[in-house]
Design a protein around this ligand. Structure first.
Ligand code: PLP
Length: 462
C-alpha cells in the first residue's frame, strides 16, 4: 500500500539525483571549457563530429543499459554539447551583417553615397499587372483576415503552377501561403524539430536556417562544402553524421551565396539517404526561377518526406509584399498553418489576390531571370580580370568570390574597411559559415553600379 512517507522518501531521492546531475553538468562544463582552450591553442576546430559520433554511440549504449529512451538521451547530450560550444563562442567578438548594414545606413544619413552590393533584393519591382491587381483587390474590399493557410484560389493556383512545371500532381491542401519564404522556413523548422533534435545544414548557407534551428532549441550540424569541389556536398559524409536525433536536412538550390545548383544524381543520393533514415528534407527553392541550368525540385521526388519552400519575393520582385509558401504533405501543412495562425493570423487578403495575378506573369519572370544572368556574367568577367577564384553561378543572384587564399584573412574587417574607405557594401563570407576569405556580391543592381562597385573592390584589394 503506497504511503505518504514513501512518497516523501522518493521525492527526496529524486531531489538528490537532480542535484547530483547538476553537479556533474557543472563539472562537465569545466572540462569542456579546458578542452576548448587546448583546442584553440592547438588551432583545432571547437566542433569535432567524429568525437561526437563516438560519444553518441556510448550514450546510446548507456541508454540501452539503463532503460532510457535513446532519442531522449541523445537530445540531452545535444543540449550539453550546445552549452559547451556556446560558452566558447561568448569569448569571440563579432561584427554582424546587421552592424555593417546599420553603419552603411548611418553613412548615408550623413550624406555619403554607398553602393549596395549586399542586398538580395531585385532593383526591379513587381510587374505592373501585380500592382494593378493589388489596387483592384483593395477597391473590391479584399481587406480581411483569411484562413491561416491562405485563400483556396491562391493555394490552387500555386498547386497547379508547380504541378505543371514539375509534372506532378499537387492538391491545394498541400500548400500553405505564408509571410514570405522566411516564415515558411521558420514554421517548417518549428513544426519538425523538438529540443535537442538535429538538423543538417549544408554550408555555405543563408544564416536564417541556423538562427531558426537554434531558436527552437535544435542542434545545428554543419556540413562544409568548398569552392575547390564546386560546392558539392559529400553525401557519404552526411550519411555518417546521421543518427536517431537527425530530423531534418536543409538544402538551398540555386544557392545563396554560391549560385550552385545541385546535380540530379547528388539530389537523388540525398533523397535516398533521407528515405532510408526517415529524415525530412527542407528544400528552400526561393531562387528556382533564377536557375540557368536544369533544376530539380524536391517535389519531383515524392517518395521522400519533404517541405518545399518558395516565394514571390525573388521571382516577381515582390519582396515587400511578404508572401511565400510551403508545399508538403497535408499533416505538415496543418502544422505550419497552426504556427502562422498563432503568429499573425494570415497573409493580408489583397496581397494574396496580387499573388494570383503574379502567377500569370511568367513572361516577366523570364525577363527578370535573363536580366540577372546578364549582370552575373558581367560581375564574373570583372572578377576574372582581378584574378579572383569563384564558382560560375548556375543560378540565384550572387557571386561568392574567394578574395584571399589565406584562411586567416578576415573578410569582416575587409568588408568594414571597404564600406568606410570605398563606400561599397558587400557581405563577409563568415556570415554563411566558415568562409572568412570570401565575400558575397549581389548582382541586384544596374550594370553601371555593379561596374563601379567592382572597380572599388579591385582598388581595395590592391
Ligand atoms: N531563402 C533564401 C536563401 C533567401 O536568400 C531569402 C531572402 O533573401 C529567403 C529565403 C526569404 O525570402 P522571402 O522571405 O522574402 O520570401
Amino acid at each position: 500500500m503506497p504511503s505518504k512517507s514513501e512518497l516523501e522518501a522518493l521525492r527526496k531521492e529524486v531531489k538528490e539525483i537532480t542535484n547530483k546531475i547538476m553537479k556533474l553538468i557543472g563539472r562537465r562544463l569545466l572540462l569542456t571549457k579546458r578542452i576548448n582552450e587546448i583546442k584553440l591553442s592547438m588551432g583545432l576546430p571547437i566542433i569535432d563530429y567524429e568525437v561526437e559520433r563516438n560519444l553518441k554511440k556510448s550514450v546510446i549504449n548507456t541508454c540501452k543499459r539503463y532503460n532510457v529512451d535513446e532519442h531522449f538521451g541523445l537530445r540531452i547530450l545535444n543540449l550539453l554539447i550546445d552549452e559547451a560550444v556556446k560558452a566558447q563562442n561568448r569569448i569571440k567578438s563579432d561584427i554582424s551583417v546587421i552592424d555593417i548594414f546599420v553603419l552603411a545606413k548611418k553613412m548615408e544619413k550623413e550624406g555619403e553615397k554607398v553602393i549596395h552590393l549586399e542586398v538580395g533584393e531585385p532593383d526591379f519591382g513587381p510587374p505592373n499587372e501585380v500592382k494593378k491587381a493589388t489596387y483592384d483587390a483593395i477597391s473590391k474590399g479584399y481587406t480581411h483576415y483569411t484562413e491561416p493557410s491562405g485563400i483556396s484560389s491562391l493555394r490552387e493556383s500555386i498547386a497547379n503552377s508547380l504541378s505543371e512545371r514539375y509534372g506532378i500532381d499537387l492538391s491545394f491542401e498541400q500548400v500553405a501561403v505564408t509571410s514570405g519564404g522566411r516564415f515558411s522556413i521558420y514554421a517548417s523548422i518549428l513544426s519538425t524539430l523538438s529540443q535537442g533534435d538535429e538538423a543538417i545544414v549544408i554550408q555555405p548557407a543563408w544564416p536564417a536556417y541556423i538562427d531558426c534551428i537554434k531558436t527552437v532549441g535544435g542542434r545545428v550540424i554543419n556540413v562544409k562544402t568548398n569552392l575547390e569541389e564546386g560546392w558539392r556536398p559529400d553525401i557519404e559524409y552526411i550519411s555518417n553524421l546521421v543518427n536517431n536525433s537527425t530530423k531534418l536536412i536543409i538544402i538551398n538550390y540555386p544557392n545563396n551565396p554560391t549560385g550552385k545548383v545541385l546535380e540530379k544524381k547528388d539530389m537523388k543520393a540525398l533523397v535516398d539517404l533521407a528515405i532510408d533514415k526517415n529524415i525530412t528534407i527542407l528544400s528552400d527553392e526561393v531562387y528556382s526561377d533564377y536557375s540557368f541550368k536544369p533544376f530539380n525540385s524536391i517535389l519531383e521526388f515524392h517518395e521522400c518526406k519533404s517541405i518545399c519552400v518558395s516565394s514571390f519575393s525573388k521571382s516577381y520582385g515582390m519582396t515587400g509584399f511578404r508572401i511565400g509558401y510551403a508545399v508538403s504533405d497535408i499533416e505538415n501543412i496543418r502544422k505550419i498553418s497552426r504556427v502562422q495562425a498563432l503568429a499573425y493570423t494570415s497573409v493580408p487578403e489583397f496581397i494574396q489576390y496580387a499573388a494570383i495575378e503574379a502567377l500569370k506573369c511568367k513572361k516577366h519572370v523570364k525577363r527578370y531571370a535573363n536580366l540577372i544572368r546578364k549582370r552575373i556574367d558581367l560581375v564574373c568577367k570583372e572578377l576574372r580580370k582581378m584574378n579572383l577564384s569563384y564558382y560560375e553561378p548556375d543560378g540565384a543572384f550572387y557571386i561568392f568570390p574567394q578574395i584571399s587564399k589565406s584562411k586567416s584573412f578576415d573578410s569582416r574587417k575587409f568588408t568594414l574597411n571597404l564600406l568606410k574607405n570605398k563606400k561599397v557594401c558587400v557581405v563577409p563570407g563568415i556570415t554563411f559559415g566558415d568562409y572568412p576569405n570570401f565575400i558575397r556580391i549581389s548582382a541586384c543592381k544596374e550594370e553601371d553600379l555593379l561596374l563601379e562597385g567592382l572597380k572599388r573592390i579591385g582598388e581595395a584589394l590592391r
